[in-house]
Design a protein around this ligand. Sequence first.
Ligand code: NDP
Ligand code: OXD
Length: 309
Amino acid sequence: MLISFCCAGTKSQPWLEGLHAAFPGAEVEVWSAGAPAADYAVVWTPPQQFIDEQPRLKGIFNIGAGVDALMKLRLPPGVPVVRLDDAGMSVQMAEYVCHAVIRHFREFDGYEADAAQGKWSYRKPHLRQDFPVGVMGLGVLGERVSRALTQFDFPVMGWSRSAKSIDGVQCFSGEAAFNDFLAASRILVCLLPLTPDTDNIMRQDTLARLKPGGYVINVARGSHLVDDDLIALIDSGHLAGATLDVFRTEPLPAAHPFWRHPQIIVTPHTSARTLREESLTQIAGKIRTLEDGAPIASLAGVVDPNKGY
Ligand code: NDP
Ligand code: OXD
């Protein structure tokens, strides 16, 4: 068995060692143009050439949850694309989003600014019922985030394609319910996959539907958000600000206005990191399952090419 590793911007050695340890009899190689064709591919944003040089792949394993970069390629028909299914990301995402919501709700930025000036001053506490949080995407990450937010007694709403039922979360589904979901939300969290349906989903007309004083937390992909529309809505006072972890261009260019906007917090695509050990264990387990002849449908995280996630 040959496993080819083709992951842009990733230190390969520890991954190769992990795959070797899981499959001592296998060859595990970092891909380079013209290398022998592999049985399995472990990838992150591979070039089209990598795919084109793989006539006998049995599975493509993405070392992230989002497969939007892969879905832009011409992929071999019938070869399963498998994304990470949590692998330690949902707890990180819950930490990040709860932190961002609470930081905004409790005005901790304001307290920090006061403290920096040696000021002992109180702010009027807000009511939780005035800060309903809407989570777009109730998949592996969005569901965990929604549940975590309910633990802080925020009113929590969720929106997904298919109908869901999550304790303590008011669930909306489908396009027809989108406007009602937005109108009921003040803080909007994006945990959607990036697909043609969700590209630019946070733009002037959709963000304008949020309750006054709205706040955006984007932890999915930069292309979900129209940057200029966000800035215009903050500057007009309809939105109070945003916490952004993902951007159209990453790293975020030095001249981008998000860096300097006083009501926008920027983090470097770090809300839920790929954890190598968890990911290797998950990928190795799935390769073994396929090698044992189990049906593809028995694996968690198999991407539906029609849905694009
Ligand atoms: P899942 O596939 O488990 O969940 C996706 C959710 O989005 C599902 O609930 C799905 O609905 C919903 N959805 C998809 N399309 C639509 C649509 N058109 N309308 C309404 N709902 C829709 O993905 P994950 O939770 O694992 O990950 C979500 C995204 O988070 C990833 O795609 C990735 O881009 C991003 N991410 C970001 C990270 C970061 O560090 N910033 C780290 C990891 C992931 P349904 O359930 O009905 O199918
Ligand atoms: C992912 C990511 O999709 O890291 O897993 O963004």
